[in-house]
Design a protein around this ligand. Structure first.
Ligand code: NAG
Ligand code: NAG
Ligand code: NAG
Ligand code: NAG
Ligand code: NAG
Ligand code: NAG
Ligand code: NAG
Ligand code: NAG
Length: 295
């Protein structure tokens, strides 16, 4: 076998590897722990292949996803000697920069979370760079809170409140935290986490029972998202009913006084002008006679 044949064989072999999209590379240079990068769901992130050997031209770059059992999938890269197509499912989402040996990935999803690596070829020397771990996060929605409070059934002081807190669309999975409550008095009655099968994000929902006899401002939080504060166990010395009763009594008393004043006034008027009124009555009765006559 001459050298040309060997080269063409090697070239075809590497091409076949890329075509199957799976590259199993020997773990000769896995130096150091992985670099962590974080991206928010839907955002754009950049994988940087940190190259120390400046000056030596890079002829090829493969950026690969490392799966379990050290299986690897080719994502994108370049080869200075030929056209290198990105893997079809990454074609529209990734772009390689040959200048700074980086790869930009748009619309990051939860399933992109994982280990990646750069395989760099300096002319004929293959070098694997420290792996890159992509961590994906998604922000939880502002939690919605519901309260249902009632007086204790046994007539004890204070109230018994059922509080629900729920938030959607976050990643990774998280838990509800309550603020303003005495944690040792919280009784969790419902705790639910469900994963969206498509986006892999989480919806969490927790319901607690809480007994209180002091007015308390309560809010719940999931990661950075905090609900508006609710007030529970408010003192209710003057309930609406009591207020209405007081107003009704006041109006009644005022009316009574008014009636008394009017009666007093009427009585005085009657005693001072009783003659005039008698005349009027007579005139009226005359009028009636006239009417009767005319019929
Ligand atoms: C990367 O994150 C992992 C946990 O996810 C941590 O153990 C490790 O120390 C981090 N590495 C660096 C370099 O920060
Ligand atoms: C990539 O984009 C092209 C053109 O916009 C489209 O035809 C193709 O279906 C897309 N591929 C994927 C995997 O989304
Ligand atoms: C590649 O990266 C270099 C350095 O960061 C930058 O100046 C250049 O504009 C980038 N090229 C493309 C095509 O994005
Ligand atoms: C982003 O990816 C999701 C699925 O992972 C897809 O439903 C959505 O249409 C994509 N958005 C864009 C702008 O490509
Ligand atoms: C929480 O409740 C427990 C039990 O009633 C009590 O001992 C503790 O002092 C309370 N803690 C606070 C901060 O009020
Ligand atoms: C509620 O469920 C979450 C996720 O399953 C868990 O992390 C958390 O500890 C649970 N909380 C309680 C109080 O059971
Ligand atoms: C959370 O759970 C409570 C109790 O099961 C329920 O009443 C409420 O509707 C749930 N909220 C959401 C958003 O699923
Ligand atoms: C609850 O919040 C209201 C308004 O923000 C405030 O006036 C009140 O003093 C608070 N009550 C307690 C017990 O912190």
């Amino acid at each position: 076998m001459n050298l040309t044949l060997l080269c063409s064989y090697a070239h075809r072999y590497s091409l076949a590897l890329v075509m199957t999209l799976v590259l199993v590379t020997a773990t000769d240079d896995d130096s150091g722990p992985p670099t962590n990068i974080t991206a928010v769901l839907g955002d754009t992130t950049t994988f940087r292949c940190h190259i120390q050997k400046h000056g030596i031209p890079v002829t090829r770059l493969y950026i690969q996803r490392v799966l379990k059992d050290s299986q690897e999938i080719f994502i994108n890269g370049f080869d200075s000697t030929r056209k290198l197509d990105a893997s079809p499912e990454y074609q529209n989402r990734t772009k390689v920069n040959k200048t700074d040996l980086s790869m930009e990935m748009t619309n990051v999803s939860v399933s992109d979370e994982g280990l990646y690596k750069c395989v760099v070829f300096f002319s004929t020397v293959l070098k694997e760079m420290p792996k890159i771990y992509l961590k994906v996060t998604a922000n939880y929605s502002i939690p919605t809170m519901e309260k249902k409070c009632s007086k204790h059934g046994d007539g004890a002081a204070g109230k018994s409140c059922q509080l629900s807190c729920s938030s959607v669309g976050g990643y990774p999975q998280s838990a509800v935290k309550w603020a303003g409550l005495n944690l040792s008095l919280i009784n969790v009655i419902h705790n639910e986490s469900s994963e969206n099968p498509y986006s892999k994000t989480w919806t969490i929902n927790q319901t607690i029972m809480y007994n209180c006899d002091q007015p308390t401002n309560v809010s719940c939080a999931v990661e950075g998202a905090v609900s508006p504060a609710f007030s529970i166990c408010e003192k209710e010395p003057f309930s609406i009913k009591v207020m209405i009763a007081i107003v009704v009594v006041l109006v009644f008393v005022l009316l009574l006084i008014l009636v008394l004043v009017l009666m007093n006034h009427y009585y005085r008027q009657q005693t001072s002008s009783s003659g005039g009124r008698a005349e009027y009555a007579i005139a009226q009765s005359d009028d009636c006679h006239l009417q009767l006559k005319s019929v």
